[in-house]
Design a protein around this ligand. Structure first.
Ligand code: PMV
Length: 364
C-alpha cells in the first residue's frame, strides 16, 4: 500500500465508500486449531461451501479522521457496543497491513439477514463483508480500478479473503461461488494459509447445486467460544493425528468432488463433523456442544438415507445445530422429510434454508 498516496487523498478530504453482501459458509473439512507463529493461520487445510442465502450486508464509509476514533459501528443503524471490542481488535491486527486506516474513521453499518445467535457462522459473513469493503476502499485510495488492481501481490478476492481471515478464520472462505479452500494442501493448486482460493478444476455435476437446511437445536450462547476451542488444540493429546486426518480428508474430498463420488463425499463430510466434536470432547477441559436433539436428528437423517437411498448427509459447526446437506434436485422430498420428521427436534420449530455456491455481491 502506498501510504503517501493515501495521505494525499486525506488532504483532499475524500470520503471512500464500499458495500458488500457476503455469504456465510459451511465447512466440509473443518478448520479447528491454529498454527503458532502467525495471526490466525490454520493448523490444517479446510474446504467449505458458501451459504448464499444467509448473509451479512455491510456498508463502510471511510471519512477523513478528525480525532482518535478509528471506527463507529452500527448494527442495522443502531449502535451496538457489544460488537465493538471484536472490531477494534481486528482493526489493530490489520493496522500494519493497511497503514491508510490511520487517516480515516470508518463508519461501519452491518446487518445479517438471519437471526444473531442461531449458531450460524455470523462472524464469517460479518468479517467477510467487512474484509471486502476494506479491500475495495483500499483500491479506491490506491487509485486502482476497483476489483482489478493488486495490493501486496494479491488480487481483490485474495486480499478480501486475507483481511477477513484476520477477523475470523472461517470468514476467508466466504468469497467464492466454487468450493473455497483455505490452508496449504498439495491437492489444491495455489492454496495458501494466508487466504482462501476457489477449488481449481471442474466439480462433478452430482456435487453441484447442493442445498443446506440448518436445523436450529439451540439458539443460546455456546458454552465455549470458537476462539477458546481453537486454543485448546495447542495442548491437545490428539492434535497431531487430527491435523493429519484433516489433510488426508481434504485430498480425498476434493477427489470425490471432482469425480462425483457422492458416497465418499458423504462419508468424509460426516466423519469430519464428528471428528470436530470428538476434539471438543477430548480437550482439557473437555466439553460437549451437541445436545440430545443433535443426535436425534443425526439418527433420523441416517434412517432416512438408509431407507430412501437419497444423497443427503449432515455436518456440524462448533455448536448444537445440524446442517442437513442435500442435492438440490430432491428439494421437495427433502423438505417434506424436514417438516414431518425433523421439525419436532428444532427449537421452536426453527430452521434456515440456503443454496450453496454463491459469491458476494457489491451493494454500493
Ligand atoms: O472462524 P472461527 O474461528 O469461528 O472457527 C470456525 C471453526 C468451525 O466453524 C468449527 C469450522 C470451520 O472450518 O468453519
Amino acid at each position: 500500500m502506498n501510504v503517501e498516496h493515501a495521505q494525499n487523498h486525506t488532504e483532499n478530504h475524500a470520503i471512500y465508500s464500499a458495500g458488500y453482501q457476503c455469504p456465510s459458509n459451511i465447512a466440509l473439512v473443518k478448520y479447528w486449531g491454529k498454527k503458532s507463529g502467525g495471526v490466525q493461520l490454520p493448523a490444517n487445510p479446510s474446504i467449505s461451501w458458501s451459504l448464499g442465502d444467509l448473509y451479512a450486508s455491510t456498508v463502510v464509509h471511510a471519512m477523513p479522521r478528525e480525532n482518535d476514533q478509528a471506527f463507529v459501528f452500527t448494527l442495522g443503524g443502531v449502535s451496538k457496543a457489544s460488537f465493538e471490542p471484536k472490531i477494534a481488535s481486528f482493526l489493530t491486527k490489520i493496522a500494519s497491513d493497511c497503514p491508510w486506516l490511520i487517516d480515516f474513521t470508518l463508519h461501519i453499518d452491518s446487518q445479517n439477514n438471519f437471526p444473531h445467535g442461531t449458531g450460524i457462522a455470523s462472524s464469517a459473513a460479518g468479517f467477510g463483508a467487512l474484509g471486502l469493503c476494506l479491500a475495495h476502499i483500499e483500491q479506491l485510495i490506491h487509485g486502482a480500478p476497483a476489483l482489478d488492481g493488486r495490493v501486496n501481490n494479491m488480487d481483490f478476492w485474495q486480499r478480501s479473503s486475507y483481511l477477513s481471515r484476520i477477523g475470523s478464520g472461517s470468514a476467508c472462505r466466504s468469497m467464492f461461488d466454487k468450493p473455497a479452500v483455505w490452508g496449504l494442501s498439495e491437492a489444491v493448486n495455489g492454496s495458501s494459509d494466508l487466504f482462501a482460493v476457489p477449488l481449481d478444476g471442474e466439480i462433478h455435476p452430482d456435487l453441484q447445486g447442493w442445498k443446506d437446511v440448518v436445523l436450529i437445536v439451540d439458539d443460546g450462547e455456546k458454552s465455549v467460544s470458537s476462539t477458546d476451542g481453537h486454543a485448546l488444540l495447542e495442548a491437545h493429546p490428539y492434535a497431531g493425528a487430527r491435523f493429519g486426518q484433516a489433510q488426508k480428508n481434504l485430498g480425498l474430498l476434493v477427489e470425490a468432488m471432482r469425480s462425483g463420488d457422492v458416497q465418499r463425499f458423504i462419508a468424509i463430510v460426516e466423519s469430519e463433523a464428528l471428528q470436530l466434536h470428538s476434539m471438543m470432547m477430548t480437550s482439557l477441559p473437555y466439553y460437549v456442544l451437541m445436545r440430545p436433539n443433535t443426535l436425534a436428528i443425526i439418527e433420523k437423517i441416517w434412517q432416512f438415507r438408509e431407507s430412501s437411498g437419497l444423497p443427503i448427509c449432515f455436518t456440524l459447526d462448533a455448536g448444537a445445530n445440524v446442517h442437513l446437506l442435500y442435492d438440490g434436485k430432491i428439494d421437495k422430498t427433502l423438505m417434506n422429510f424436514v417438516n414431518t420428521t425433523l421439525l419436532p427436534y428444532c427449537k421452536n420449530g426453527q430452521y434456515l434454508c440456503s443454496e450453496t455456491g454463491k459469491r458476494p455481491v457489491a451493494i454500493v
